[in-house]
Design a binder for this molecule. Structure first.
Ligand code: CUA
Length: 146
């Protein structure tokens, strides 16, 4: 093997390691986490609901269906963890909480989950980001952070 080739491979390998470390550092600094495995007790559900745990933590069970989210309007406390569980009743939808990095797919027959916090008061529209039919653009719900 030519000496220049060896140097190019070493430089490329070093850069690959550097980029991987940069990726890990960025994920750590921004608090990005891989969604956890769900406990087996969480099964696909067909009706939206809101649970409040004894410590005040909110658990929002969203069902996406043509062309709305259930529940549609939810008040949540500022600065406390919010658990979202998401399922779909008909076709594949998406759930994006505006101005956050909360972005999930709603897939019939499965449940996706994510935990996040809202740090500022306000109204956060939740929109469907996956084309799901003729009224897709009307599919919106709201989180009201107080
Ligand atoms: Cu639901 Cu687009």
């Amino acid at each position: 093997m030519d000496r220049a080739e060896k140097i190019a491979i070493m430089v490329a390998s070093g850069l690959l390691g550097l980029f991987f470390l940069a990726l890990l550092a960025a994920a750590k600094l921004q608090g990005i986490q891989v969604p956890p495995c769900l406990p087996p007790a969480v099964r696909p559900f067909s009706e939206g609901r809101i649970d409040t745990l004894p410590d005040g933590r909110r658990q929002l069970f969203y069902v996406a269906r043509m062309w709305r989210f259930e529940p549609e309007i939810v008040e949540v406390p500022i600065g406390k963890p919010i658990d979202i569980f998401l399922s779909a009743a008909d076709v594949t939808h998406g759930l994006y909480v505006s101005w956050t990095n909360t972005n999930l797919m709603a897939i019939p027959g499965s449940v996706n989950a994510y935990t996040f916090k809202l740090e500022k008061p306000g109204i956060y529209p939740i929109i469907c980001h996956e084309y799901c039919g003729s009224a897709h653009q009307n599919m919106v719900a709201y989180l009201i952070a107080k």
